[in-house]
Ligand binder design. Sequence first.
Ligand code: MRU
Length: 362
Amino acid sequence: MKTGLTYDTVALNEAGDALLIIDQTKLPNEEVILALKTQKEIHDAIYLLQVRGAPAIGVAAAYGVYLAAREMDTQDYDTFAKQFHDAAAYLNSARPTAVNLSWALRRMEDVVAEAKNCSVAKIKELLKKEAEEIQEEDINICRMIGEYGLTLIKKGDGLLTHCNAGQLATSRYGTATAPMYLAHEKGYGIHVFADETRPLLQGARLTAYELNKAGIDVTLICDNMASMVMRQGKVQAVFVGCDRVAMNGDAANKIGTSQVAILAKHYGIPFYVCAPSSTIDENLTDGSQIPIEERPGEEICSMWYEKRMTPEGVKTYNPAFDVTDHTLISAIITENGIARAPYETSLRKMLEGKKGHKMQAE
Ligand code: MRU
């Protein structure tokens, strides 16, 4: 499956001492690769959305905590394990909603816990391997989501997506975009509407850029135009990503996703959530338990505008995610198949398909 991007969203550099990311706050105008070494640099890059998207921040955190381990100057297992736990907790505090962050860090912590009898040098080696595995799995997972998602697309379909659940949000292919890349490759003649995605414009800056680079027919619309294009019969299916799915199928994704789902239901358009099984949180029964990140009001008052667009001192509310009710979701596409209602049963099956690693959200 081909995408148009020539660089990795997240990678370890060749020397193995820095995390390389494409700075997504600079896209689409500048393609700047950052080499991050310190824990503060990595934490802040996640918080500031220089690296973003649930799977990508999981991979970044896994490499990030490996880099922390690399610098730990002790041969004593207990001291190392304590320092490692503190480093993982620090990275985990960067963003609350995407469960992939705590999931990936938990996997790294499990490596340390299971290697009690190994030397610290050996544990560092195992940690590097685990981070590489998390990334490799992410690539395969996205490929499988693409294959399953493709079965839901017909030739000539108009597809709508919200935010960026593309290659830039993962290690490769994306989740919601993977079926689009495949459909394009197979000559389906699809066209995609990308919601701009206020306030941080992931749709305008990232999805439009990424799909355009791949030669996919993409049209940017403002978030409040989705109803219009749906009413005009231009959208046959909606594909979105997600940051955390509760066991009843309620799914958190970028703010504005739930209103797209409500519109899709109104117009009788299928609404699909693409979810690696690492975003299914088996500890949560429904979406009301998903922690929703709140970000500074500055993002909705002045960021991206040439000048401030609201009076100084006005109150703001800036939730970064919302929860789409499971009743609005036609299907949840995972790497293990397509889950449909009742989700309690079908998501359980999807999780059984996942080998070994138990989800443990914080
Ligand atoms: O705040 P962001 O840009 O990290 O939000 C990203 C999203 O909401 C994505 O849709 C989600 O993480 C899925 S990415 C495959």
